[in-house]
Ligand binder design. Sequence first.
Ligand code: PEP
Ligand code: MN
Length: 348
Amino acid sequence: MVVVMKERATEAQIDAVIARLVEFGMDVHRSSGATRTVLGVVGSGKVDKGLIEILDGVHEVIRITEPYKLAGRTFKNDDTVVVIDDVRVGGDEVIVMAGPCSAENEAQVMATAAAVKRAGAKVLRGGAFKPRSSPYSFQGLGEEGLRLLRSAANAHNLKLISEVMDISQIELVGRYADIFQVGARNMQNFTLLRELGHARKPVLLKRGLSATIEEWLMSAEYILSGGNKDVILCERGIRTFETATRNTFDISAIAVVKKLSHLPIVADPSHGAGRRDMVAQLARAAVAAGADGLIIEVHDNPDRALSDGAQSLFPAQFDRLMAELRIIAPAIGRSICLEPVARRGWAR
Ligand code: PEP
Ligand code: MN
């Protein structure tokens, strides 16, 4: 349930309501908006609604009918903006995260980071722990990969996102990355999600290969209910009967999530398409549909990539895409990379 406090409710009244709810065995998540405080009440206890309604300072008690209590708009109607220093995911600016699927070596990471920065990306992406479908495929460089990614991000003033596959990696990945990525294959790794609920860094939660939007929001709920409010959803394509593309990129998920949830949503057209000649179309469509950001695979030499080369853009393709997105975004009241970007020297 949600307890909406009166506009002029005092701190003492809010504390008293929280204390009463805790007595009922519930967890209380407080959200203080511009005018009033809303308390999200979750847990397995039973609360007598009438006993809460009569407490001082309470305006209204609403039962949340959706199974996702904290991720839904009943609890929090205002869009969540995930803030990482000067990077705001979920604000007016469409944030672009780009980089290689995997960190492979210093030259590759550095060259790719330089290229994506120049084109206007704000966040460097790159995996050091890779969830590969085959145990014989490249599994990532581990800590060495994280080290390379962090120094490239620092050198180019980029934030860093990297995947964490297991609870045993949280501490290590958290030492290097600014955003934890939870991969599609781990969307329902509930132990991992619960643990990330206690992390102090944002989590980008990819949609599972066969997950419904409700299941995806329930996974976000695991992180939110642990106290970590900085969850970014990521649509990366789902498995359908269609085989022409690696996955079926579900553009409608962007509209559905925007309606149901206050959490920001970014789109991953690279894994959605699975082939680089279709990434730009999907990226443009995602921004037009209202995505708060994109996460795109770019490689300085994609034909030699150790993972996902076929879907990785050449730097020049990424540069061109960014120029197109700068035209699309304002049409729907958004912007992309406000700072002037040094564009000289880029061949088309
Ligand atoms: C990735 O981002 O490289 C990745 C493995 O993505 P997903 O979990 O969406 O397959
Ligand atoms: Mn990949």
